[in-house]
Design a protein around this ligand. Sequence first.
Ligand code: 5AD
Ligand code: SF4
Length: 440
Amino acid sequence: MKERTYAIHTYGCQMNRLESQIVAGKLESAGWKAAAPDSASLVILSTCSVRAKAEQKILSKLRSIRGNERGASGRKLVGVMGCVAQQMKEQLVEPPYCADFAIGIGGLARFDEVLRRLLAGERGLVIAGEDGRYDLYYDLDKVKRSDSRSAYVAVSRGCSNFCTYCIVPFVRGPIRHREPKSVLAEVRQLVDQGFIEVCLLGQNVNNYRYENVEFHHLLEDVAQIEGLRRLRFITSNARDLTIETVRLMATPPLMPYISLPMQSGSDRILALMNRGYMSAEYLEKVSWIREIVGDAAISTDIMVGFPGESEVDFEATLDAVRQARFENIYSFKYSPRPFTKAAAFNDPIPDAVVRRRFQQLLDLQREIQLDRMLSFEGKVLDVLIDGVSKKDPNVVCGRAGQNIVVNLHHDRCRLGDLVKVRIEKANPHSLSGKVIGRAD
Ligand code: 5AD
Ligand code: SF4
């Protein structure tokens, strides 16, 4: 092989982003250098299979990488990791995809071995076992964080909820919890290295339990680490969200932000989805957050077109959206997935109906969202500067504690600064304002 250069394409959730950072770290400690995807000699896809569309996008990317190679000398090493690798295993190393390796979820621990074998000339490697434990299979010092101020820290892997539409428990396996002392040591180390913000990750993060340590105990211990300025966690299931966790959210370093997928506002559909809560319980938890946490932002996921979803069910979702007044909604059209119970459910919803409902949901949320964003005008929010606007290089941007993008026409901020900003203008998806001082 010519040069040892690599590129990673990451799809899907924060856990995938973290896994890409872990693999990038492993590669760099083995002497590989990051490069543009076109010129890299090794290209890895870190993949998501939660919806069919995500999977198709990845598979066509894989085909196009191979299709664009010119002759044997231009041939790259191509690998797949993450959920699609776990799901498709051997199929990925066979035509038409012809990946050189596929490493499933449990297989990442063996990444160094895979790299050695590839360099020795082996191809078509498939490692997709699941070992059922939580092992820290990487060196904390070597993770290649993409941000020098904000870091992801996994507290669990997998999910045992078995929501009937979800492929995650099948590809990522049952939930395994990481030992609290290992989580705490990683956060301490990040703070020592100058990180300001930590986001604890789990597919169902508040389902965490290690012996008698529940999620809110872990959160409290992490929050007490001296020097940690911002603490978040993602993603929460309403069934497992406790009042203790919400109370902790009211005080820094915890941030006033939560991702709390609702999926549907219909009790009938929620039961068919096996979500473990009813609409009233979900909305009660929303009201805890609104009452206990000042100026909180709640983001949710909603699925439209679940099998059997009637007009009445969909109206119940719209109603719940009106009551919850989310700051943000990620909406998805239901997509049947392999291994899942719902894939065998009758009564699929016609595409045209799904599209119309999806649009109705977007229209409703557009109004609510602008209203919610307007409520921040005139307020002072803490903002962590994390980049420059893509549209205008003179505009610096950051994230408020509420996880809302804030644009600043202010040239004295530097990346990683934590500043106080008076919000002057609300847009549907962002805020803008003026820096009035440092936040420390
Ligand atoms: N179809 C559509 N959306 C899905 N999600 C999970 N599984 C499916 C599916 N089969 C959505 C859920 C989840 C988000 C990450 O993706 O809303 O919260
Ligand atoms: Fe999937 Fe449900 Fe687990 Fe989320 S909580 S990963 S939707 S099974």
